[in-house]
Structures are given as C-alpha cells and as structure tokens.
Design a protein around this ligand. Structure first.
Ligand SMILES: Nc1ncnc2c1ncn2[C@@H]1O[C@H](COP(=O)(O)OP(=O)(O)OP(=O)(O)O)[C@@H](O)[C@H]1O
Length: 347
C-alpha cells in the first residue's frame, strides 16, 4: 500500500517520495512534498490529472500518511454507478425504504467513518447526490434513504477527476458551491510525458514487476525503444506504459524489447543492446536536455525542476558533454548556457 517515505525514488538523490509510486522527476518530487502536507491536515483534497496518472495511488497515499491511516479507505467510482443507484450507494438506506429493502444498508460515506472517502470521477456525480454531499461537507451529517434521523459521520473527502470540473460547473452539470468545497487543497498530478526519465524508470519497474507472467523475461530495452518511449506522448499515461510493456514482454522476439515490440515505431538500429547503466545515462541526459530547454537554459531553474542542486546539474552536464558556452550577451549570463552536444553516448 502507498505511504509517504523519505528516500530514493528510483536511482536519484534522496528526497520525499510517495511510497508505491515510481518516479524521481522534479514534478513527482514536488507532488510528494504537497502530498505530505495535505496528509497532515483534514481538509478535502481534489486530485486533478489525466487518466492513468496515478490519482488513486495518491489518494491512498494521503490516507495512509494521515492520522486516519489505520481506519477505512473507501473508494467509489462515480462514473461506474448508475445515477439512479448513486444516492443509496453513497448514503445507504433504511429497512423498508423501497420494495426489496429488507434490511438496513450502510452507504459508502458511513463505511468511511473515521477514515477517508475517495470519490473518483467526481464530475459524474448526479445532481441529487451533489446536494447530499454538500450537506455532508457542511454539517458532517448524512441521511439514509427512507431514514428520518441524520447521522453524524466523520470522513475525510478526497475527490478526483480526469475531466475539467470547472467546465462541468460552467455547463450547469456540477454545483459551483460543491466545486469550491471539494477543492480546498488541489493537487495536480503531472502527465507522464512531463516526467522525463521517470518513463524509463517506470518501464524498468514494469519489466521487473511482471516478470512472473512470462516464461522468459526480456533482459531490457533497446536504445531505440528507450528513445521511442521518451518521445511518445502517452495519452493513457502510466497505465498505458505498464500495459504496453506487459504486452511487449509476451510478444518480444529478441532478448531485448524493441520500439516495434512496444508498437512505438520501427526505427533503424533497433537491434542495439542496452544495459541498465546505459539506459540510466541516456534517460538522465534526456531529462537534463529537456529541463534546460523548458527553462530557456537557465541552469538554476532547470536544477530546481530536476530536484537537484545547481552544482550537481553542472557536474552532470559536464559528464554528458552538454557544454556551457558564454556568449557575452546580458541574457547569456552564467545561468543561460548555450548548449552544445558532445561526447557521444558514453560521455
Ligand atoms: N508512479 C507510479 N508508479 C507505479 N505505478 C503507477 C504509478 N502511477 C500509476 N501507477 C499504476 O498505473 C495504473 C493507473 O493508476 P491509477 O488507477 O492510480 O490512475 P488514475 O489516475 O486514478 O486513473 P483513472 O483516472 O483512469 O481512474 C495503476 O496500475 C497504478 O498502480
């Protein structure tokens, strides 16, 4: 189960991380810090992020790291329950509330008493349930279907959606008052394409984790496969990456998974063999190049984003043959190197 931990997140320097989540990029480290802070308070948390980015893992991590960690974590996917059943699913019903209600049934909110209620795909919550949820958030009380008394429940709400919740408000499908109540703390989970070398770490993690599913486990990835993975946009994020690696493990013809095995193209030279060490160095170099490009070659800012010190970044740039050339223009101060590639793959 996910919990917060301090330590190494897959090959980098020590720092906060979310246990159970592979990732060492600046974005994931920043998220880990925010998750730790969010866990320390009792306010509602809203998780925004594309599908497959790990929202459920983050919700679990917040729960585990909070004072409610030993109590129930109850999840519900609001998009998977028929709207007509949502009210009874969330708030339960009294015996005799409707035909067939032979005994009292607890709803998910009450099940989460003392713990955390995770409302996944909250944008799909029907209007009637939105009103009842708002009442719960304001008063800490619920009413069962067919019940006459209101029941006091102490549950923390963590909600998530991959959709644009504000748009749902704009279109009149989601109450603005509930929107603000749910978003007291908002955590944005970065899409996989913004996580640099995490893509390689996650692919290697999937290879290890699912080794038991195949008779002969591939030894690793070809260089082209690693490049193709880093160039791809991953619309299905981590879930898509894991599934592609699992499929490639079964289908791969050689000892190393190629870009073609991952259905990510058919690049020349895909037979090239890659050791873990080489893969790490390639990933590291790509992450540095990307951070520098994204930060207009400001080394200090790029270092912050990568979660390392400026000195370490200079050292790594030197190792990878990424030179800092001063041009003498005011913009090109120490902090704005013109980058030149050199040194080849083993630099
Ligand atoms: N950083 C990570 N490290 C390891 N596994 C991860 C990571 N992020 C996500 N996963 C895995 O990817 C899959 C999708 O994660 P999860 O269900 O938490 O995403 P989600 O954002 O809630 O998706 P959806 O919006 O579709 O509900 C799960 O199998 C999860 O274990």
């Amino acid at each position: 189960m996910a919990r917060l931990a301090a330590g190494d997140a897959g090959g980098g320097a020590a720092g906060p991380r979310i246990d159970g989540m592979v990732g060492d990029s600046g974005g994931m480290r920043r998220l880990a810090c925010r998750v730790a802070r969010a866990a320390g308070c009792g306010a509602p948390v809203f998780l925004a992020g594309e599908t497959g980015t790990g929202k459920e893992l983050v919700a679990t991590a917040i729960h585990r790291a909070s004072r409610r960690g030993g109590m129930p974590f109850v999840g519900i996917n609001c998009g998977a329950i028929p709207p007509s059943l949502m009210q009874s699913e969330l708030f339960g019903y009294e015996r005799g509330a409707f035909t067939g209600a032979n005994q009292r049934k607890l709803g998910r909110v009450e099940m989460a008493h003392g713990g955390t209620l995770f409302l996944d795909e909250v944008a799909d919550l029907p209007m009637e349930s939105q009103a009842s949820l708002l009442r719960f958030l304001e008063e800490g009380r619920i009413q069962q279907l067919g019940g006459h008394e209101s029941i006091r429940v102490d549950a923390r709400i963590v909600s998530a959606t991959h959709a644009d919740l504000w748009r749902a408000v704009d279109e009149g499908r989601f109450r603005a008052d509930l929107y603000h109540r749910l978003r007291v703390i908002e955590l944005r989970i970065p899409p996989l394409r913004e996580r640099g070398n995490d893509i390689v770490l996650l692919a290697q993690h999937a290879l290890r984790r699912h080794a038991g599913e195949v008779t002969s486990r591939p030894k690793g990835f070809t260089a082209c496969a690693l490049r193709a993975m880093q160039a791809y946009s991953w619309p299905g994020n981590v879930r898509e990456l894991i599934n592609r690696v699992r499929e490639a493990m079964v289908m791969a013809e050689g000892c190393y998974i190629s870009a073609r095995d991952l259905q990510l193209g058919d690049a020349d030279g895909d037979q090239e063999v890659v050791t873990i060490d080489l893969a790490r160095r390639e990933g590291e170099r790509a992450a540095i190049e990307r951070a520098l490009a994204r930060n207009a070659h400001r080394v200090g800012q790029a270092a912050d984003e990568l979660g390392i010190s400026r000195v370490t970044l200079y050292r790594l740039m030197l190792r990878h043959g990424l030179h800092v050339a001063r041009t003498g223009t005011p913009e090109a101060s120490d902090d704005r190197p013109a980058m030149a590639k050199g040194g080849g793959r083993n630099a």
